[in-house]
Design a protein around this ligand. Structure first.
Ligand code: MSP
Length: 652
């Protein structure tokens, strides 16, 4: 059986892990567990992408060296995964010596084969994306990702002859329908390849501009472009060019990414592999984006979902189940705690949890917890067995094709049918009627089907599945399960064994109470951040602490002269100040300056005003702007102009 090798993107270390990173890594873990249960040898790789401009900027901002900075954030990713039930085999870092050596070996190989050449290039460089854009790719002259104007840079660089492989790539995708899946992304790549000639890829950056990268083996004045470096993690982690790991696992490789990084994975990477004489990967599995309130998660919107917090609130199993069940692989999905709780209550507490607690407690009550032996099966029992076989078959087929939501749905058809079967066969009535034989058969059918459900669920929620199997007194052993045989399997639960009636697997969550807790926490966080002096960063993929230029431009700073200063009638610490901003009427500004300035210190002075601050009432009086001041160790100083300027002069 061919081994299975699964990878996640290696994540940038300029932001902390959030729901999106957790999703990809959790599905990688689920897939790896699933393939283990098919009896395959598996290898699961994740890691961090640590080179490039952004890292240098973020390190500078944090007052540390790039290496210290990447060590720190990389470990937050590495340490988070085990607490999400994720068991990876290797955590690769692009700053690992072994990775750098591999990148250099690959560069040399492609250079020697003539597919890397030196040339001059002028292009629109977006620092956020760390890449050049062609005129055509820009949206109204702006970077399509960051909506900022890129800088035009012309310089000498090394290029990978990607264009040479365009026809080959197109044909390969046409010949291998599952190479990029789901189909919509395959079509996207095909239309990109049809839309015009592929350009060669600029794969170097001059050290004069960026030194935090892997040095080119054939020119020490340059470092490698981050994407060329990063993509190679998938082979460096297998010790390419030598090593047994590569020959064992590469033939079974599948990548997992979201749609944001489709092009590097669907175009750069296969052509790089082809140029180096390596086999292409088997599948590129592309998922959509998790949105929050229908928008992209971003720190400035305050809607970034912290995966560990959610898992702590609702349990890891419910969290993992929700992610796999809610998102239809390939499409975007919306995350909200309310929909998580709705699924938890409906699918886990009502359907699955109820089934387990009802059947186990009846086994306890009617058979002292001993698994009864089945007698003759009736038509109803056979129907359920057929349904169970069908559900298991569909589950395996769909899961293998990364259609997690559909796979779980088909398993839930069985779970719901089992609950109905409990109702229609009414074990309590059989018990009352003294029909122990029939009662035993019904309970056996249920318990055996519950075993099937539990083993199938192990890849999705290992903790809960193991707890379910423990209730059936079946120790879980990966080596003993073959999911592909589960459809035909019957009678694996030994009669005569005992079951354990323990606490409920998935307690119901009261959403109204949860909502109150969430709102209280949000209010506490909001009041905390109101005390914070520094404005948070704008986009989640950018270094923290920066404001976009456009944001800064929104603020209108003007110089004005203080005309009069009075005490606020209702507040001890506030002045009512009138300022001439060169407008028709002076502005009334309510200022908290009383502690530091006497009225005569202010009167007649030119001050800098935030002139377009939304007016608001302070203790009953409207403030139409804000006077800027500097807080010093022993008080405050006014921000003013070095020479007198006309009132209304704008700061820029
Ligand atoms: N470093 C590159 C990848 C190099 S791989 C050779 C990179 N890093 S990243 O930190 O930006 O991670 C992008 C990936 O994180 C996405 O492809 C996806 O796997 C995951 N997600 C980040 N945000 C996401 C959502 N909002 N929703 C779903 N997953 C997303 O790109």
């Amino acid at each position: 059986m061919q081994p299975f090798y699964i990878t996640t993107p290696i994540y940038y270390v300029n932001a902390k892990p959030h729901l999106g990173h957790a999703y990809t890594t959790i599905i990688a873990d689920a897939l790896r567990r699933f393939h283990m249960l098919l009896g395959k040898k598996t290898y699961f790789l994740t890691g961090t992408d640590e080179h490039g401009d952004k890292i240098v900027q973020a390190a500078e901002k944090n007052g540390c060296s790039p290496q210290e900075y990447v060590d720190n954030i990389s470990s937050t990713f590495r340490d988070l995964w085990p607490s999400m039930g994720i068991q990876y085999d290797h955590f690769v870092r692009t700053t690992d010596e072994s990775h750098k050596k591999c990148v250099q070996a690959m560069l040399q190989k492609v250079y020697d084969s003539g597919d890397i050449y030196f040339g001059e290039y002028g292009g629109h460089y977006c620092y956020g994306c760390e890449r050049f854009y062609t005129e055509k790719e820009l949206e109204n002259g702006l970077c399509p990702q960051h909506q900022v104007k890129p800088e035009y840079i012309a310089e000498k660089n090394y290029f990978f002859r990607m264009s040479k492989y365009q026809d080959w790539l197109k044909q390969y995708i046409l010949d291998n329908p599952d190479f990029i899946r789901p189909e919509r992304y395959r079509n996207e790549v095909l239309s990109l390849l049809d839309s015009g000639a592929l350009e060669d890829l600029c794969i170097s950056r001059p050290k004069s501009r960026l030194s935090w990268g892997v040095e080119l083996p054939f020119d020490t004045d340059y470092v490698c472009y981050v994407w060329f470096d990063a993509l190679l993690n998938y082979v460096s982690a297998l010790d390419w060019p030598d090593g047994e790991k590569f020959s064992t696992f590469w033939p079974g490789v599948q990548h997992l990414v979201a749609k944001d990084i489709l092009k590097p994975h669907a175009v750069f990477w296969p052509t790089m592999l082809k140029a180096a004489g390596l086999e292409p990967y088997n599948n590129l599995n592309v998922h959509g984006y998790w949105l929050v309130r229908d928008t992209k998660m971003s720190k400035s919107l305050g809607n970034v979902v912290e995966p560990l917090e959610v898992a702590k609130s609702y349990g890891l199993s419910a969290f993992r189940y929700f992610l796999l069940r809610e998102m239809h692989f390939g499409s975007d999905a919306s995350f909200s705690e309310e929909s998580l709780v709705a699924r938890l209550n409906a699918d886990l507490a009502n359907d699955l949890g109820n089934l387990f607690s009802r059947v186990l407690s009846m086994t306890g009550k009617y058979f002292d917890g001993v698994v009864p032996a089945p007698a003759e099966y009736t038509e109803a029992d056979e129907e359920i067995q057929t349904l169970a076989a069908e559900a298991c078959r569909n589950y395996v087929r769909l899961f293998e094709r990364v259609r997690f939501s559909n796979a779980l749905e088909s398993l839930w058809e069985l779970v719901r049918a089992l609950n109905k079967y409990v109702d229609s066969s009414a074990p309590w009535a059989l018990h009352k009627a003294g029909d122990t034989e029939r009662l035993g058969t019904v309970l056996y059918v249920l318990l055996e089907c519950m075993r099937k459900v539990a083993v199938n669920l192990w890849p999705v929620m290992p903790e809960a599945a193991e707890a379910m199997l423990a209730q059936l007194q079946l120790p879980f052993d990966v080596a003993c399960v073959r999911l592909q045989d589960e459809a035909e399997a019957w009678g694996h639960l030994p009669s005569g064994g005992t079951v354990q009636v323990s606490s409920s697997l998935f307690p119901r969550v009261d959403w109204d109470k949860e909502k109150q807790r969430i709102e209280a926490e949000a209010a506490a966080t909001a009041s905390k951040s109101a005390e914070k002096p520094v404005q948070e960063k704008n986009a989640d993929s950018e270094p923290e602490g920066y404001a976009e230029f456009e944001d800064f431009q929104k603020v209108e700073l003007r110089v004005g002269t203080v005309l009069c200063v009075e005490n606020h009638p209702k507040a001890d610490k506030l002045y009512r100040v009138e300022v001439d901003l060169g407008e028709q009427k002076p502005r009334q500004i309510i200022a908290g300056l009383k502690e530091f300035f006497a009225p005569e210190d202010l009167q007649g002075k030119q001050v800098v005003i935030v002139a377009n601050l939304k007016p608001r009432k302070l203790r009953g009086l409207e403030s139409q702007g804000m006077i800027l001041a500097l807080r010093t160790e022993d008080g405050m100083e006014l921000l003013t102009s070095s020479n007198a300027v006309p009132n209304g002069t704008k700061a820029s």
